[in-house]
Design a protein around this ligand. Structure first.
Ligand code: PXL
Length: 284
């Protein structure tokens, strides 16, 4: 029987409706056998992608007291996983959190949530992008989409299909920021397949991990993907294999949502893809 249980600090907002951030990260990591502590960065009634009139409660000041309390308890984390941050000031607070909770062999995963489809989310500006780049310097692994990668590396955004040259240049520029590993999402070279590109500085190797490309733009898929990727890594899969597991899980969740003709703002049906995900993780 496996007795060691990895523990993650998940630092994201909680959006009440529209499956993303903590309402996605928590169930996925838990299903993968990982103990998940949460530090909510903001509370919203829905995510900000396509809904109007959402409520927004910024929890910046709570982060400082959360971190101080956790520090006093000396809680060890196997990974620190950040996503949507609620304000510019949170970048500094999280950076300090990394300093306080970094250990010899834990993993800092930064998903630089701030943009998609060539556009910054409504709450962010270029000052935030600069701050996010500084935060990425401290990460072991970053998981941006193409828009975020372009913003972080001062690259002109392009619509796909992409050339391998464009993608390879982008992952090389991302690694220059500082992380040892990069997983770039939303990569496609034709209309049939979509997936991710991985780059590991130590192995100096770019890999392409593809799945089925399903029509439409689905909300929250970046969070589903990053949570599944981290689940794979903490279950001791290598970067490429963990990425394949995350691509399979995200693709299966999108396919169910597409078949059901669900409003794309409502998030994807990842819940009913969990059995296949656990098989891929060799947990069942
Ligand atoms: O899934 C990314 C995300 C997370 N949190 C909030 C968002 C978004 C994307 O729009 O609005 C609040």
């Amino acid at each position: 029987m496996k007795t060691y249980q990895p523990r993650v600090a998940a630092i994201h907002d909680i959006s009440g409706f529209g499956k993303c951030s903590l309402t996605v990260a928590l169930p996925i990591l838990s299903a993968a056998g990982i103990e998940t502590s949460v530090m909510p960065t903001a509370v919203l009634s829905t995510h900000t992608g396509g809904f109007t009139g959402f409520t927004y409660r910024d929890l910046t000041s709570d982060l400082v007291s959360f971190a101080a309390h956790w520090k006093s308890l000396n809680i060890p984390f196997d990974a620190i996983y950040t996503g949507f941050l609620g304000s510019f000031e949170q970048l500094n607070i999280i950076s300090q959190f990394f300093e306080d909770f970094k250990s010899k062999d834990n993993l800092i995963l930064v998903d630089p949530v701030m943009a998609d489809h060539g556009q910054l989310y409504s709450l962010f500006n270029m000052q935030f992008v600069k701050g996010m780049r500084t935060l990425c310097e401290k990460a072991d692994i970053v998981v941006p989409n193409i828009t975020e990668a372009c913003l972080l590396t001062d690259t002109k955004y392009e619509e796909g299909p992409y050339s391998t040259e464009f993608i390879e240049k982008l992952v090389n520029k991302l690694v220059e920021i500082g992380p040892q590993k990069v997983v770039l999402t939303g990569v496609y070279f034709d209309d049939d397949q979509l997936g991710a590109t991985t780059f590991d500085k130590q192995e100096n190797k770019v890999e392409f991990v593809m799945g089925e490309k399903i029509p439409g733009f689905y909300h929250g898929t970046g969070d589903v993907f990053a949570s599944a990727l981290l689940s794979g890594l903490l279950n001791n899969f290598k970067l490429k294999d963990a990425t394949q597991i995350a691509v399979n899980f995200t693709t299966a969740s999108i396919r169910r949502t597409y078949e059901a003709k669900t409003d794309v703002r409502f998030g994807v049906n990842f819940e009913q893809s969990i059995p296949g995900f656990l098989k891929d993780l060799k947990l069942v």
